[in-house]
Write a protein that binds this ligand. Sequence first.
Ligand SMILES: [Zn+2]
Length: 315
Amino acid sequence: MFLSLGVRFEANVEALNMVETAGNYGKHRRVPYLVEEDGKLKTVYVPAISGESLAHAYQEHLVREALSLNLPVCDDCRKGEFFKSMNRVHLQKKVDPIPDDPKRIEEAIVKSCVVEDVGGFLYAEKPPVRRSSAFQVSYALPVKSTALFATSEPQLHARHAQMDASSKKGNASEQMIYYVETGTALYGFTFNLDLDAIGVSAITAEPILEKEDIKARREAALKSLFRMLSSSQFGAKLSRFFPVGGITELVVTVTEHPFVVTSPIYDDYVEKTRRRLDVLKGFNESTYLATTEDGKVPEEVLKEVIDHLNDGETL
Ligand SMILES: [Zn+2]
C-alpha cells in the first residue's frame, strides 16, 4: 500500500529553516519560484522549508513512536543523529564482525533500527549497501496563487547583559542586537510513504522481518506522521518563533501501487487528485481518498486513514 499526503499550512512569522548567519543576521531559506503575473512568467524568491528539514523531524518522531512500541532503534538514531550506518565505525555498533554479503548487512541494519528500515541508509564501504527511504517529502513552498504575498522579513531582537561599572572591560557590550529573518506564507508540501517497503529487503524484495513486526513498524511510521502534523513539531527555532497558524487543508490517498497526490501548491489540487484517482479505479485498483473538505480537522482525516488501513488488514 502506498500513502500520499498533500498538506497546506499557514505559518506567520516563522523561522523554521534558517540557512546561514552573516554577522548578527540569521537568514531564512529562500528559493526561486516561477509565478504568472498578467499573463507573463516571472521568478520571485520566496521563503521555503527544505525536505531535509521535514524529513529530519519525521525521523525524530519515528524514534519516539518506535520506542513507545518497544521497537528497536540504534544508539545514533536515538540521539537524533541520523548517520545511518554510513561507515564501518557506525555499522560495527550493530553487527560485529561485519558480514561480506550486502544482503546480510542490510538484514542486520533493518533488524536493529526502525529509522534505517523506514528512512533508508547508505553504507559507503566495501561492499556498498544502499537502501532507499520508504518515505519521501518535498520542500514546503508557498501556494502558487499566494506566492507573491509570501515574505521574509528581518526582525530586530536584543539581548541584554547586566553589568556594573567595575565589570566593564574594554569594548564589552551591554546589549547585543541581532536580526532573525522570518517567513510568512501559506505553504504546501507533499509526503509519501510506501508501506510495502517497510521490513522488506531492497535487494531481494523478500521480507526481512516477521509479519507482526512489519505491522508494528508500519503503525509506528503512520503514528509519527500523525504526531508530526498534529504537534507542528518540525523545523527549527520553535522555542521563540513557533509559527502562528496551522494546517488549513489536508488530502490523503491510499493506493495499491505508487500514486502521488497533485501538489497542494495548486488551488485545484483536491479536485485534480480525485479525477486522477478515478482513472486509476478504471484499472481495477482499489483507491482511497480522505480530505478536510467537509470541515473535518486534520486529525480526523488521518485517523480515518489509519482505520481504513486497519480494516483492510493492510497494516
Ligand atoms: Zn539507526
